[in-house]
Design a protein around this ligand. Structure first.
Ligand code: PXG
Length: 301
C-alpha cells in the first residue's frame, strides 16, 4: 500500500478516507494541522511537532480528543500501516461536524485525521542552482489578527502569496509584516547570512516558528556561527551574502534571487551548503523509529 489515513481511530486507504461536509474544518477552516517528515523509517522531531499541534489547538480552544501520547502512537501506527520509509505525515485536528453557523459549541467532537503519503520535494536541481523568490503584495496577518504561531487550517493568506509566486514564475513567495519587515515565506522560514552571521525574523513578527528554523538555529550555534532572531527589511535581504529557506519540505534550501536582485554571487553560498549538510545529517541520525519495537528518544532529547 502506498499511503494510509487515520480517521477518528480507524486506519484506511486514502481512497476510503472521508470526513463530513459539515465539519467546521471544511466550512470555516476551524482547526489545526502539522507537517512532519519520515526519513528512512524515522519520524523527524515528532515530539516537537506534536507539542506545536497541541499548542495551536490550545490557542484556538480546540480540545484534541486524545492525549499527546496517544496521538504519537496513532501517528507511528499510521506510518507503519502506510509501509512507507520516506514519507510526509499530515496530522489534522478540526472542530468537527456542526451546523451551518460558525459557533463551535455546535461541534460536539473534534475530527482527528492523520494522512501519510509520499513526500513532494523541490527537485535536486533547485538545491544546485538555488531558488528564485518574489515578495508577495499580500502581507502576513499581524499577530493580533490571526497569530502566525497557530498552524491553523486558515492558510488562505499563504495560498494567495503562493499564487503570486506562481504568476511570477518564482519558486516561493516572501511575505512581509504589515509594517514592511521581512517575515517568512508562504510555507518556509527565511534566513540571511551577513558578515558570517545568520539573521532570521524574530518569532513575535507573526511567523510560524518553524521546527526546521529552530533546528538550524541550534546547528548554527554548534558550528560556531552567530545566529540572531531580529527585525530587518528587504534592504538587508537584497544586500545579504547568502539567503536560504527552511521548512519540513524544503529542509535548508538556497535562495539566489529575491525580487530580481541577485543574492551574493548568485550561487548557493558556503554557509547555506554547510547548514544543509548538517541538517541532512541530523535527519539521518535522529528521529523516532517506526518499524522497530519501542520508541527510542531523539538523541538530542
Ligand atoms: N512558515 C509557514 C507558514 C509554514 O507553513 C514553515 C514556516 C516551516 O515550518 P517547519 O516546522 O516545517 O520547519 C511552514 C511549514 C507543504 C508544507 O506541503 C508546508 C509546511 C510544512 C510541510 C509541508 O507545502 N509548512
Amino acid at each position: 500500500m502506498s499511503g494510509a489515513v487515520y480517521v477518528n481511530g480507524r486506519i484506511c486507504k486514502k481512497e476510503e478516507a472521508t470526513v463530513s461536509v459539515y465539519d467546521h474544518g471544511f466550512l470555516y477552516g476551524d482547526g489545526v494541522f502539522e507537517g512532519i517528515r519520515v526519513y528512512d523509517g524515522r519520524i523527524f522531531k515528532l515530539e516537537e511537532h506534536i507539542a506545536r499541534l497541541y499548542e495551536s489547538a490550545h490557542h484556538i480552544l480546540l480540545e484534541v480528543p486524545l492525549p499527546p501520547a496517544a496521538m504519537k502512537d496513532a501517528i507511528i501506527e499510521t506510518v507503519r500501516a502506510s509501509g512507507l520509509r520516506d514519507a510526509y505525515i499530515r496530522p489534522v485536528v478540526s472542530r468537527g461536524p456542526g451546523d451551518l453557523g460558525l459557533d463551535p459549541r455546535r461541534c460536539r467532537t473534534a475530527t482527528v485525521v492523520i494522512i501519510v503519503d509520499a513526500v513532494r520535494l523541490y527537485p535536486q536541481e533547485a538545491y544546485e542552482r538555488g531558488l528564485r523568490i518574489v515578495t508577495a503584495t499580500v502581507r502576513r496577518p499581524a499577530p493580533d489578527t490571526l497569530n502566525g504561531r497557530i498552524k491553523s487550517l486558515n492558510y488562505l493568506n499563504n495560498v494567495l502569496a503562493r499564487i503570486e509566486a506562481n504568476q511570477a514564475g518564482a519558486d516561493e513567495a516572501l511575505m512581509l509584516t504589515r509594517e514592511g519587515y521581512v517575515c517568512e515565506c508562504s510555507a518556509d522560514n527565511v534566513f540571511l547570512v551577513t558578515g558570517g552571521a545568520l539573521w532570521t525574523p524574530a518569532a513575535h513578527l507573526g511567523l510560524l516558528r518553524g521546527i526546521t528554523r529552530d533546528a538550524v538555529l541550534l546547528l548554527a550555534g554548534e558550528q560556531g556561527l552567530a545566529a540572531e532572531e531580529r527585525v530587518f527589511t528587504l534592504h538587508d535581504l537584497y544586500t545579504a551574502g547568502e539567503c536560504f529557506l527552511t521548512g519540513t519540505g524544503a529542509e535548508v534550501a538556497p535562495v539566489v534571487e529575491v525580487d530580481g536582485r541577485r543574492i551574493g554571487d548568485g550561487r548557493p553560498g558556503p554557509i547555506t551548503h554547510r547548514l544543509n549538510a548538517a541538517f541532512r545529517e541530523l535527519t539521518r541520525r535522529t528521529g523516532t523509529p517506526v518499524f522497530t519495537q519501542g520508541v527510542v528518544k531523539d538523541e538530542r532529547g
